[in-house]
Ligand binder design. Structure first.
Ligand code: NAD
Ligand code: UDP
Length: 319
């Protein structure tokens, strides 16, 4: 297939490019580098099946030639206002990537009669009142909260995707991605994994926001990409959660990282740095992915973290 990937220079987009090329597809990457990095694609530049277009997906998308598939991954993804790459500092760009970017990417799929997959998120469940989160849960989102620029854009993106599926008959897929980590995350985008790993590798205190009792469930990138590829190749149009169901509190997570990196610095609790609508508990119910896609994550947290630590050590010149 000849496939367009928006957000190709980002963390997940770059791994997806690699996966699709390895599966024998032709890939056209698209990105405007607002949170991504050209370095993430440097190793693919000479691949005969890969090409790249620098473009903001909020504007009309033109790709020469026939396209068979579109993956829409372009969007800032970190909530952290302490980072210039956090979507809380890029609110309009985030809403445009989720709304106009989804509209334009769906337009490419429609014009080419191509298959379409949208990167949605566990954030569409907001600060969930149901636990673990099943795809049937409608969510608990503050429409004007600090995280709403991301949550509501993704909810709109899902609705628009279903509208194109129902009204125009487009062959669509929706993946709800839960916290994923691994090599090529931007070291300074403020998400918890790069923040903690950078601090731990430099022998600094890990900054736990709030009391650290909030939970997340972390999936290693290779597992996630495998699940997304299976979804793309399936016939499933309804949303599917992809993530690792092993749940951990942020405090336990910080302790694990300190142990793995042998960081002697004590953990610092930062009650004021926790965002107002930071979800208290997050864990995917992956029954649908297990049954429909015969998928489940294989890489245990400590193994995934070791691989990611090796990547960040190199980045920081501490290998
Ligand atoms: P990332 O910031 O590393 O990648 C996003 C990419 O999109 C970047 O390269 C950025 O430059 C590009 N981009 C943003 N706006 C654009 C625009 N208007 N035009 C063109 N390119 C644009 O983040 P990521 O973690 O790789 O996330 C990728 C996608 O997966 C996002 O849609 C995100 O919402 C979704 N997601 C990620 C996670 C996760 O844990 N990593 C969880 C849930 C959902
Ligand atoms: N967090 C933290 N310290 C940090 C960065 C984040 O304790 O240096 C917390 C944050 O408050 C949230 C969790 O870690 O509860 C996950 O945050 P992240 O930014 O990775 O993404 P989220 O899952 O909230 O979208």
């Amino acid at each position: 297939m000849r496939i367009l990937i928006t957000g190709a220079a980002g963390f997940l987009g770059s791994h997806l490019c690699e996966k699709l090329l390895n599966e024998g597809h032709e890939v056209i990457g698209m990105d405007n580098f607002i949170t991504g990095n050209p370095e993430n694609l440097a190793h693919l530049a000479s691949h005969p099946g890969f090409s790249f277009i620098r473009h903001d997906v909020a504007n009309f998308i033109f790709v020469p030639g026939k396209i068979d598939g579109v993956f829409h991954f372009a969007s800032p993804a970190s909530p952290n206002p302490a980072s210039p790459y956090g979507y809380t500092n890029l609110p309009i760009q985030t809403m445009k990537a989720g709304a106009l970017g989804t509209h334009n990417s769906l337009g490419v799929a429609r014009a080419n009669n191509a298959r379409f997959l949208i990167a949605s998120t566990s954030e569409i469940y907001g600060d969930p009142l149901e636990h673990p989160q099943k795809e049937t849960y409608w969510g608990h989102v503050d429409p004007i909260g600090i995280r709403s620029v991301y949550d509501e854009a993704k909810r709109f993106a899902e609705a628009l995707t279903m509208a194109y599926h129902r009204y125009h008959g487009i062959d669509t897929r929706i993946v709800r991605i839960f916290n994923t980590y691994g090599p090529r995350m931007r070291i300074d985008d403020g998400r918890v994994v790069p923040n903690f790993l950078k601090q731990a590798i430099c022998g600094e205190s890990l900054t736990v926001y709030g009391d650290g009792q909030q939970t997340r469930s972390f999936c290693y990138v290779d597992d996630l990409i495998d699940g997304i590829y299976r979804l793309f190749m399936s016939d499933e149009h309804d949303p599917v959660n992809i993530g690792n169901p092993v749940e951990t509190s942020i405090l336990e997570f910080a302790e694990t990282i300190n142990r793995l990196t042998q960081n002697p610095a004590p953990i610092t609790i930062k009650p004021d740095l926790r965002l107002g609508d930071d979800p208290q508990r997050r864990q995917p119910d992956i029954t649908r992915a297990r049954t429909i896609l015969h998928w489940e994550p294989k890489i245990p947290l400590e193994e995934g973290l070791q691989r990611t630590i090796a990547y960040f050590k190199k980045k920081l010149g501490k290998a």
